[in-house]
Design a protein around this ligand. Structure first.
Ligand SMILES: [Zn+2]
Ligand SMILES: [Zn+2]
Length: 568
């Protein structure tokens, strides 16, 4: 890659130390946030990792539950990693720790109390919690981690304790925002620490690495408190049962639903394991009243319709979560009737639209009223719109801006906004781009390998291993398996067997595909001179090609074909 300003020679501090930013995930995609900050001379750098998140498999990754960042680079640098700092407990920021931390040589992990509680809950499920080097940093506190002085700044977001991180080195300071918005009344945590951000701007900030999720939207986000008012009103108005689904981690929303239920004289029933996990963590860290009264899902059926609010997991249409099962009428404890209301107090994450639509259509088919954020303000985003970004830039006045946390168009909108606001160096970095922040001017000085890992059942594999690509091919065109038995002299000893999976029975003329495949096999073998039929590789490849070609001619699609050749 070429430097952004090839004409300008970087200034030196005399010792050759550099301050580096290196995104490995989360830039150019939604999810999988993984960022490195480096300090030191080339070849002798120390690294601080900020966040280690996941994203979820879609229909393009059939059978893949979780997608994680490829950490090849971090594994190679394992001995130079000072620690891993988590900005908040959303899956796209901390969901990969459980799977990837074991291969990082026992590095310490730093988190705020709530994030730590959520991580412990995950670690305890796999028996990793004892001896795990988890260090708690309260919001507003400093820590020295390797060569970095790190300070957490309170922000607002859709989960307790979202933090921005000030990362100081002897050369200068960077502000890594994590996920944030401005909300004067976030209902959990303290609001954004605006005074601290302004002071940072007065001290002189080198680089702002900032959330781009809503950089395409003008104005400012509504407050979490506005949602609470709407939920209150809707729960009071509802003629029958009310079920609310939201992200389990949105503790403010859980509290708003609980308050709305109480104000309407209804009992709150909690449905879904993930919801319990968050409620426990929030109670342990003071974000929910330890005496919050709620009933378990087994109580649901015995309650009168006008006396119940169910708080359910499954706002993203996850097929195994509570809401999908309720929509299918298959939930063991919770069933809804025509006239009951379901409120989707959530945003559909890109990629989940079809799954969410399936659940909402299932509910509508059963006569249940579905209310989403297009009907009423039942959800607000946790990310900054342009008006909020402008205010942050005005407070911290960075010399360098690097957009992160967004897809291409979000990043570009953010970059242009930063330019319009007068930031002199706007760096468009993608995953793997090593950015030298200081000595300036900022420049992309290297690129390192990045990629994706799949958690495929119980196995973790690289995305480029190819099995998921093959599975996708199978889903389009099925497979044909051919079994051939030859003597050592190359004589066919039995009729070829073919087994078809996922093909239509017959072609448009009514000819069975099984016959088409078998004829292709027999014809191909006959076309190979007897003297060459001993060459197993040649026979297999010729049969494979001819079956795919013959099926393609009749069907217009090429199945996956495998040839099993036995010589006796
Ligand atoms: Zn995020
Ligand atoms: Zn988040």
């Amino acid at each position: 890659m070429t430097p952004l300003n090839p004409d300008m020679t970087p200034k030196s501090d005399g010792k050759g130390a550099e301050f580096i930013f290196l995104p490995l995930g989360g830039v150019g995609e939604i999810g999988m946030n993984l960022y490195l900050y480096g300090y030191g001379r080339a070849g002798a750098r120390q690294w601080l990792i900020v966040d280690m998140g996941v994203t979820f498999g879609t229909e393009y990754e059939p059978g893949v539950d979780l997608i994680l960042p490829d950490i090849r680079f971090i594994e190679e640098e394992r001995h130079n990693i000072a620690g891993l700092l988590l900005t908040h407990a959303h899956e796209d920021h901390f969901g990969a720790v459980v799977d990837l931390w074991p291969s990082l040589g026992g590095i310490p992990v730093y988190a705020t109390p709530f994030t730590a509680e959520m991580l412990k809950s995950k670690l305890s499920e796999i028996g990793l919690v004892n001896g795990f080097p988890l260090e708690i940093i309260p919001l507003g506190a400093h820590r020295t981690i390797g060569p970095f002085d790190v300070e957490l700044v309170s922000m607002s977001h859709s989960i307790p304790e979202p933090s921005a991180v000030i990362i100081r080195t002897p050369l200068g300071a960077a502000l890594h925002t994590g996920d944030w918005k401005l909300d004067e009344n976030p209902l959990t945590s303290a609001p954004t620490d605006i005074d601290r951000l302004k002071a940072l701007g007065s001290d002189g900030l080198t680089a702002l690495i900032c959330d781009s999720t809503n950089a395409v939207r003008d104005g400012v986000s509504p407050s979490e408190a506005d949602v609470a008012v709407t939920l209150d009103r809707l729960v009071k108005q509802a003629p029958g049962r009310v079920a609310v689904t939201t992200f389990a981690s949105n503790v403010a929303r859980i509290r708003s639903v609980a308050n709305a239920a109480r104000a309407a004289g209804r009992d709150l029933v909690v449905v879904g394991r993930a919801m319990y996990r968050v409620i426990e963590a929030a109670q342990a860290t003071g974000y929910l009243d330890p005496h919050l009264s709620f009933l378990e899902e087994t109580a649901f059926e015995s309650l009168k319709p006008r006396h119940v609010v169910a708080l359910c997991t499954g706002s993203q249409g996850e097929p195994r979560a509570a809401m999908a099962r309720i929509a299918q009428g298959e939930h063991p404890n919770v069933s809804l009737d025509p006239g009951d209301w379901v409120i989707f107090s959530s945003r559909t994450i890109p990629g989940n639209e079809k799954a969410v639509a399936r659940v909402q259509n299932g509910l509508a088919d059963r006569g249940i009223d579905v209310i989403t954020d297009t009907d009423a303000p039942v959800h607000v985003s946790g990310h900054p719109r342009r008006g909020e970004l402008e205010r942050l830039y005005g407070w911290v006045k960075p010399a360098i801006a690097i957009p992160m946390h967004g897809e291409g168009r979000h990043l570009e909108a953010h970059a242009r906004l930063a330019e319009k606001l007068g930031v002199s160096q706007v760096v468009r970095a993608r995953n793997g781009a090593m950015v030298r922040l200081l000595p300036g001017p900022a420049a992309i000085i290297d690129d390192v390998p990045v990629g994706r890992l799949y958690r495929d059942g119980l196995v973790l594999t690289r995305a480029d291993d190819g099995q998921v690509r093959e599975r996708r091919k199978l889903s389009f065109a099925g497979s044909v398996a051919v079994s051939l038995v030859f003597s050592e002299k190359g004589v066919l000893l039995a009729d070829p067997e073919v087994a078809l999976t996922g093909l239509p029975q017959t072609d448009a003329q009514g000819v069975p595909f099984e016959r088409i495949a078998r004829d292709a096999v027999v014809g191909t073998i006959e076309s190979i001179p007897k003297s060459r039929r001993k060459d197993q590789a040649l026979v297999s490849e010729a049969v494979r090609r001819s079956v795919r070609a013959a099926v393609n001619q009749a069907w217009g699609k090429k199945p996956v074909c495998s040839v099993l050749l036995t010589v006796i």
